[in-house]
Design a protein around this ligand. Sequence first.
Ligand SMILES: [Zn+2]
Length: 133
Amino acid sequence: MPKTKPKMTKNILERELLDHLQKKYKIEGSIYLGGGWIKPVVDMLEKLEKLPWFEHIELDQIKEKFGSLRVYWSKLPDSPDLSEAQSRAIFSLIEEAEKITDKTCYFCGKPGTRNTIKYFVCVRCEACTLSQQ
Ligand SMILES: [Zn+2]
C-alpha cells in the first residue's frame, strides 16, 4: 500500500474555507478542522444561524480534541439571557454535529471510526488509517 501524502493545494483550500467561516460566523477564537469535518460543521453552522437567538451568542472556538468535535460558545455580554429551551436548541444542534463527526473520517469525510495511531486519537476511514501507519 503506497503512502499518500496530503496534497498541499487541498490544505490551502481547506484553510481558506475555514478562514471564510471564521469571518462569516464571527468566530472569536480559532476554527481548526480536518477537511472531512468541514461539511458537517458547515451544516451545523447553517442550522444555528437560523435560530432567531443566534445573534445573541458568540462562537468562541471550533476544533477537534481527542478525536471529538468541540464547539465552544457563549452568550454575548449585552444580550438578554437565553431561555432553557433556546440553550437546549443550540446544544442539540452541536450534539447532532458531534454524532456525525464521531462516524466521519476527519481527513476525507468518508465513514470512519475513532481509533488511536501513534498516541493520536482520531476518527478515520480505512484508507486514511492505512496511509498513516
Ligand atoms: Zn479518510
